[in-house]
Design a protein around this ligand. Structure first.
Ligand code: TXA
Ligand code: MG
Length: 341
């Protein structure tokens, strides 16, 4: 099947094309669409069959639940049982935006969406194409990132096409995702809020609104959020985080380098990708997956990555680098070892 891609960005968003995508969704189809974080692979959240197709296309284990995307605050009542004060404050301040909240689910949400958990993940994206798509479809949209399970997330329509293009009904091309890393996930189902995934909204900003947020440490045997699996976001090429500047480039190997800012001297790398011209974390996050996609396509033996400071968006970047650099055999041995080189 030839992949259908419709370009919808530019000066004016093309509403007619979004209408076609919304029709597909209402009829049980799968549509990949841009959000401000990464591209999502969407289906009608109330249609279990359509959601089951997401799992097939992504090769995603059924124990990993998906986020439901809404367009307005009134949509949330059909999804969640209880919306407490903390949730209300966060929604008011950060929605639409890169924040996902875990809340007790209503009986209308099919079990396949939440992988049988009593809670549902909800988010209101800020990308105009995503918002218009949900509005036109008139239903909440269940959507994980539009990549094969465990692989690098897509931040362009081209990434989606390369990875799963033939298996989806339509890709809406809204250009490059401006934030570039997935939403921050906060669990509000317990008295103490906890961070399940660092992402596009810095933890510091969330804590300004609801106070201290517990950082949920991962038990690899039983992750609280299934997406906390130790190996995730991974390129096919092995990746190593550099601990300090003193390291040896292995002889005879084709080594790529993921640099935070431009290098001030020539180093014998086969290929260098720079996250930000100014060493700015916002720009670095926006370029993170694109740089890794390019390095992964270059036929390298290994990718070395420079660490960033773990503040603001740096936390999201480091979390993804650590998971990307976890080897499968380290998981089998019972947990992620220190993968920094
Ligand atoms: O930015 C994003 O969040 C993107 C865009 C498309 O919205 N979506 C995304 O979805 O990253 P996904 O499926 O790749 O990651 C969702 C994460 C996973 O770690 C999943 O385990 C967790 O959220 N999650 C979803 N529902 C959950 C639930 N009911 N309880 C706990 N964790 C949940
Ligand atoms: Mg994902």
């Amino acid at each position: 099947m030839k992949t259908r891609i419709l370009r919808v960005d530019g000066d004016n968003i093309c509403f007619k094309k979004i209408e076609r995508a919304a029709d597909l969704l209402r009829n049980g189809g799968l549509v990949a669409f841009p959000t401000e974080t990464v591209y999502g692979l969407g289906a009608d959240a109330f249609n279990s069959h359509a959601v089951a197709r997401i799992f097939e296309v992504k090769n995603r284990p059924r124990f990993d639940p998906v986020i439901v995307h809404i367009n307005s605050l009134t949509d949330i009542e059909q999804l969640c049982l209880k919306i407490d004060e903390r949730a209300k404050r966060l929604m008011k301040r950060f929605w639409p935006g890169p924040l996902t909240l875990i809340l007790p689910k209503s009986s209308r949400v099919p079990d396949i969406v939440t992988a049988g958990l009593p809670n549902v993940a909800v988010r209101m994206p800020s990308h105009p194409v995503a918002l218009e798509l949900i509005k036109k479809a008139g239903i909440p949209i269940a959507a994980p990132s539009a990549n094969p399970f465990g692989y690098l997330s897509p931040t362009t329509a081209e990434h989606v096409k390369e990875q799963i293009g033939e298996k989806v009904d339509l890709i809406l091309d809204g250009g490059k995702c401006p934030i570039g890393v997935e939403s921050t996930v906060i669990d509000l189902t317990e008295p103490e809020p906890s961070l399940l995934r660092s992402g596009g909204l810095p933890l510091e900003e969330i804590e300004e609104v609801i106070g201290t947020v517990k950082i949920s440490h991962v038990n690899p045997e039983r992750p609280r959020s299934p997406g906390q699996l130790p190996r995730h976001y991974s390129p096919r090429t092995p990746i190593r985080i550099l601990k300090d500047k003193k390291f040896k480039i292995p002889a005879g190997k084709r080594v790529g380098f993921l640099a935070v800012s431009p290098l001030n001297k020539e180093l014998p790398y086969e290929m260098v990708e720079v996250l930000s011209s100014q060493g700015d974390l916002r720009e670095a996050a926006a370029n993170f997956f694109s740089c890794l996609h390019r390095l992964d396509r270059a036929g390298l033996d290994i990718i070395f990555a420079e660490p960033v400071e773990e503040v603001g968006l740096g936390r999201a970047i480091m979390e993804r680098l650590r998971r990307a650099s976890t080897k499968n055999n380290e998981i089998k041995k019972g947990g992620r070892k220190n993968t920094e080189t």
